[in-house]
Write a protein that binds this ligand. Sequence first.
Ligand code: ADP
Length: 494
Amino acid sequence: MATVIDKPQTKVARPQVRQTQCFIGGKWVPAVSGKTFETIHPATEEVIAEVAEGDAEDIDAAVAAAREQFDGGEWSKMDARDRGILMYRLADLIEQEADELAALETLDNGKPIRDARGADIPLVIDTLRYYAGWCDKIQGATIPVRGDYFCYTRREPVGVVGQIIPWNFPALMVAWKWGPALAAGCTIVMKPAEQTPLTCLRMARLAQKAGLPDGVINVVPGYGPTAGAALVRHPGVDKIAFTGETTTAKIIQREAVETMKRCTFELGGKSPNIVFADADLDAAVDGAHFGLYFNQGQCCCAGSRLFVEERVHDEFVDRLKAKNHDRKLGDPFDPQTEQGPQVDKAQFDKILKYIGYGKQEGAKLVTGGNRHGDEGYYIEPTLFTGVTDEMKIATDEIFGPVLSVLKFKNVDEIAKRANRTNFGLAAAVWSRDIAKAHKLAAKVRAGTVWINCYDVFDAAAPFGGFKESGIGRELGEAGLQAYTESKTVTVSLS
Ligand code: ADP
């Protein structure tokens, strides 16, 4: 997510929508109920497609297909390296269709095409290739136990996994979830977000084309409290991997207790982005701007609490203000567009409500604060100063283009203030004093700390939250282990 590497110059054509049904056991089927729901283009509010609205019965069928493949099919018995070859093939097919997939993401989510092409889809490909390489490197250990025994561990796939993902990086979340699950030899039932089912369905088609056996990947589009909840409750599912809101995760964890499912959660945040006066301010201004406004502010790790050291505060705010004024909002299919619409009306309304709270609580509105244009869910890049730790805009996840600037005096107070939150997903520190930065990185209770950079992701680097920002880690080897069970085998040698 750090770099935009490809900037098409001409306006990108709208893609065709090809897959709208459930994908179960290698077949494309309508929902058992026959129901469908609309998915819309957030820039124009027009309906793009009617998508099958899966429910408990469809989840039953999908779990049965995943179960059958896992328990009796070829996937988990296949030579590990051959599983890897199929995953590389899927990554290659996605690469061949990268432009079309990016356009589909822009259509469904509203994100600018330059981000979808330059960040989301390249990261999808990279993640799948990273995990393809893991397939034949999942190893147990030999254990030196007492007595005349040979003891070793095996790492086995956890089984059928239910994966529930959000709408902010629809295709990338598919890759984060499928990559480690497939490498470990699990089979999958995925429920994409109701706002953005299209790239997930397209990727399921590409997985089929790549030759993944029927039942390995199943996709049931639908709503959370129906399809999602049915997946969480289903006794045939061994693990739930969820990305979304903390409040939803709490519901899921309560439900999952009944069947003792393994759960991993990647949740919300209110990440502190801390700028010291001795930082490279050019880089820090860019990092603060990108760290919040990227993806319309719809990032779980958005640097939404910007702490700026008093001495440079006013200059810093002036520079951020100028950047906000220059930011190009518009048609997400235009390659020059830097900011598109929010994903839907509910998010749009929520963000405007929080802007209202900011004003009521006495923060100073420096830029933005309003809807942009009169069509689509656009919100101006909004900047508040004079924000204090207790204001709602400093405590709650807004998930929109609203940046709260807080002043601080010195290093002693900042760790405490940075940690004054129930979240703990990410943080950043900007300083030329690298010892000070490392010391602060150790004190901040967050799963990721960036020093002199922001939003630098890599498939090999674990990501996840402390506190109410999550349980477990995604990406890297840690992300893979979360899809395995350890089995201890002890053999008598006497
Ligand atoms: P957001 O506000 O970002 O949409 P949610 O946590 O509501 O975050 O949604 C993330 C994902 O969780 C979506 O796929 C949604 O359909 C699903 N979801 C929502 N509620 C539930 C639920 N009760 N059980 C299972 N999944 C749910």
